[in-house]
Design a protein. Structure first.
Length: 176
């Protein structure tokens, strides 16, 4: 049932991502709702369901942005596989684990997206701000502010996702 919910939930998140979320931008960073929904759903679902969420979220996000279609999918699918691997290695995920998964996931996702954009010849606007190294500029203007936002929003989004998962029959909590 969770795979069927991915399209409407992630479509709403992607629309909010391009309409409302830019109003809360600090420097070049902003909260990434699709990323947060995907990783929090993947914490309590199967690998198949997590990949469906990553693929659907990435495509929907790219369709509503200027990025080449499929750019976001790569980073999200990699994160779902990493989360599944982590879930297999430990018994339960606690609050600290949720924080570091969000922290490292944000960095990995943003860097993966940046590399894909640069390899496809797409020049993100924030790279022209200072005229310095693209990696340093990305770290300063996008990755660090995005990490702060993602860390602030991961807990309420996780609670929302758990509430939805409990309603659709996902009663085995991995992180309570």
């Amino acid at each position: 049932m969770g795979a069927f919910l991915s399209i409407p939930i992630l479509a709403l998140a992607a629309v909010l991502q391009v309409t409302v979320v830019p109003q809360f931008s600090i420097l070049g960073g902003r909260p990434d709702l699709v990323f947060l929904l995907t990783i929090t759903w993947a914490l309590n679902s199967s690998l198949d369901e997590g990949v469906i969420w990553a693929f659907a979220g990435g495509i929907l996000k790219d369709l509503l942005s200027a990025a080449p279609t499929g750019t976001s999918v790569v980073g999200l699918v990699i994160l779902v596989f990493i989360i599944t691997f982590i879930r297999q290695q430990i018994y339960r995920v606690n609050i600290i684990s949720l924080v570091w998964i969000t922290l490292l996931g944000s960095v990995l996702y943003q860097l993966t997206t940046l590399v894909i954009l640069l390899l496809t010849g797409f020049q993100p606007a924030f790279l022209n701000r200072l005229g310095i190294d693209p990696l340093a500029s990305a770290l300063t203007y996008v990755i660090l502010p995005t990490i702060v936002y993602n860390l602030a929003l991961v807990f309420p989004i996780y609670r929302l996702v758990r509430w939805i998962q409990k309603r659709v029959g996902r009663e085995k909590p991995f992180f309570s």
